[in-house]
Design a protein around this ligand. Sequence first.
Ligand code: TTP
Ligand code: MG
Length: 405
Amino acid sequence: MSRIILCVDMDAFFASVEQRTRPFLKGKPIAVIVSAKRTVITTASYEARKYGVKTGMNIHEAKKVCPQLILVIGDNEKYAYTCRGLERIYLGFTPDVEVYSIDEAFLDITSSHHLFGNPEAVGIEIKREIKEKFGIFCTVGIGPNKLIAKLAVDLNKPDGLRWIKPDDVTGILEDLPVKELWGIGQKISAILRTMGIKTCGELGRTPLSILRNRFGIIGIRLKAMGLGLDDSHVTREEEEPKSIGHSMTLPRDIGDRREIHAYLLRLSEMVGRRARRHGLMGKVISLVIRYPDFETFSKQKTFREYTDDTHVIYQSVIDILNSLRLRDKIRLLGVSLSTLTRDPLQLSLFKESRRRKSLLQTMDRINDRYGDFTLIWGSYKIQEVDSGVISPAWRPSGVRCVNVK
Ligand code: TTP
Ligand code: MG
């Protein structure tokens, strides 16, 4: 039986929430920035986009194309609050909800849409409830799988609603540039271009052997994408996550190592705390660095034993950092723990491990109750850091749910 998947994505999410909560911004060209020190735009209202203001643009460039642009400093708590409320709305239509990013979700409505009339009626009702409860607009796309539902959203922004039925898929993909497909970035589309493949239609007709030779295992997925196929499921919540990571766009580009350490400690604690909260430990730690020109890279280190200990995570990312020669200041930092296992130490017979565990748990409880970094290791001189913008990967529950204060 063919599935019916619905994708919802808020329009200009952070900017819309700001316009809603500060009515004097309504109808005006606004751009959201992380902090007064940060000069890059996180998102812009559609009124500002008309002038060419875009995510990632520097505020000086943006002011040039739109002199009346109003800059607003983002407020993570408002976005997290809205995201939680949106999830509650979706759950009124189906239990199969995957909150994919802070403003985007997939709903499997295959067995529930009849209760509301038809798939489009579900989309109309979701849009209405979101408008009524949060005063913001969204775009809804419906399709036989997540790939096509997401495409239906992207092709109909803003305030759109589109149902791409199975019979329409081939026609829509025929002349669609490959980069329009969710998951095909600039790098892959550039390689495809060198192979003479510009459209999804061409991609779908390319023999699998050619794509496999060029891209390896990803070639199989690319071929399927060109044909509009995607068998990935709407997963309610990541019950067994593959990694626990957190990244942060810094309030300004930073080159000073001591300041970088302060952010890395914060990120290590966020990762360690989440791992402990969910009873997970990891064996590989990665440090992600993005330079101001957006070049991004990561470097990993494997521990001898599984860990969930902030201190061990922090020391390892510092070791990684020390092994790098940085060519510029840093725009974004990320720390991620992977190769996860369920906490084997919960069963540990070693007294020392048990004591350490119980110490960390006590610290977590105090910090959960009184706020991050109320209690810290004496060896750390904690430097005040701005919390940065909430990551689009934030979720209302599960391992990606972090404190946004
Ligand atoms: P998007 O859904 O990509 O963008 P948007 O909702 O602002 O606009 P659109 O109508 O095109 O969907 O991202 C959701 C929010 O996530 C966005 O409002 C701001 C935040 N965000 C970042 O913090 N960093 C980023 O690089 C991007 C793309 C978004
Ligand atoms: Mg959006």
